[in-house]
Design a protein around this ligand. Structure first.
Ligand SMILES: Cc1cc2nc3c(=O)[nH]c(=O)nc-3n(C[C@H](O)[C@H](O)[C@H](O)COP(=O)(O)OP(=O)(O)OC[C@H]3O[C@@H](n4cnc5c(N)ncnc54)[C@H](O)[C@@H]3O)c2cc1C
Length: 165
């Protein structure tokens, strides 16, 4: 009988946890090692903004956009509960001239984005104190509590599938 591949993943943040889950789904025996806290260090401090808004090159944009799509599909694999929300993003500048350039950049790449005026921003975010004159709304973006997502992924491993030291 063919033996299952054995995979050792070092680090239990969102990257290690995703690798572990993918290897597990491919039929491997997976063990995750963690020297700090389960769920990761950067992952537990992350803003968790899921977006492809700011990408210097087209290739980087395509990669990030594909990652947003993969994040959206994750709910078919694991139960994310409220650790990921898809509320969209409002982005504006307090000073600077980049807003229109950034908007055209996004639209040019086929990204879903709307330029909102002050009253539209107010109706979207009525509790915002200093409402800007204009903002970019990217409705398909989300936010994740990355360490919680990682922990959910790790919960798919069997007992002994992760070790903290
Ligand atoms: C303040 C902040 C805000 C951010 N905001 C965003 C954002 O809005 N959107 C976004 O996409 N990204 C954001 N990032 C980046 C994102 O959080 C990281 O890219 C991501 O969390 C990295 O995940 P990771 O699993 O590689 O790292 P980590 O979560 O740090 O996990 C790595 C783990 O490996 C362990 N480890 C390392 N060496 C060993 C070893 N030798 N043995 C055992 N364990 C080991 C560490 O203890 C750690 O727990 C942000 C990051 C920070 C810090």
């Amino acid at each position: 009988m063919k033996q299952k591949p054995k995979i050792l993943v070092v680090g239990s943040g969102i990257i290690g946890a995703s690798i572990a889950l993918s290897c597990l789904n491919l039929g491997a025996d997976v063990v995750v090692l963690e020297q700090n806290k389960l769920g990761g260090v950067a992952s537990s401090n992350s803003f968790g903004w899921i977006n492809a808004s700011f990408a210097e090159s087209s290739a980087y944009f395509e990669l990030r956009n594909a990652a947003v799509g993969a994040f959206r599909n994750l709910k078919t694999e694991i139960n994310l509960n409220d650790s990921v929300i898809w509320q969209g993003t409002l982005w504006w500048e307090d000073s600077g001239q980049e807003l229109e350039k950034q908007f055209n950049n996004l639209i040019g790449r086929g990204y879903v984005a709307k330029l909102l005026n002050k009253s539209e921003i107010k109706s979207l975010e009525p509790n915002l104190k200093d409402i800007p004159q204009a903002a970019i709304f990217t409705p398909l973006e989300g936010a994740a509590e990355a360490d919680r997502v990682a922990l959910t992924m790790l919960s798919n491993l069997t007992d002994g599938g992760w070790q903290s030291y």
